[in-house]
Design a binder for this molecule. Structure first.
Ligand SMILES: [Zn+2]
Length: 119
């Protein structure tokens, strides 16, 4: 059985570029694992060569949406803080930012040779 799992085509693959761990990804994977619907459990998350162009588009879309939602969230945060309270500002801003998760795409690890993690 393959030890690597492609984030895009959601299948076992022989090789691919490693996905960098991040808090959002860890949380999403943690939720999936606890629900028992994780197919990537115990496997290394990668993007296979075939999926790299698709992944690039996903990642760019996510960055664009995040930048856009960040601006919207900031405006709403300032408005809510001014009109209601700073807590209302935080809640509304977090709510707006949570929309970016629809487009969420984790970053890949850099191309530079990283120190070996599997000893
Ligand atoms: Zn793939």
């Amino acid at each position: 059985m393959s030890k690597r799992y492609c984030y895009v085509c959601r299948g076992g693959v022989a090789a691919g570029r490693r996905i960098a761990p991040d808090p959002i990804l860890n949380t999403l994977l943690g939720i999936k694992k606890s629900l028992g619907i994780s197919r990537s459990a115990g496997k290394e998350l990668v993007v296979c060569r075939k999926c790299l162009p698709i992944y690039d588009k996903m990642r760019k879309t996510f960055i664009r949406k995040l930048a856009y939602l960040g601006v919207v969230a900031l405006i709403i945060f300032i408005a809510q803080t001014y009109i209601v309270s700073i807590w209302a500002g935080f809640i509304f801003a977090a709510f707006i930012l949570s929309f970016s998760l629809i487009y969420y795409a984790p970053a890949l690890e850099s191309e530079e040779p990283a120190p070996a993690r599997h000893a």
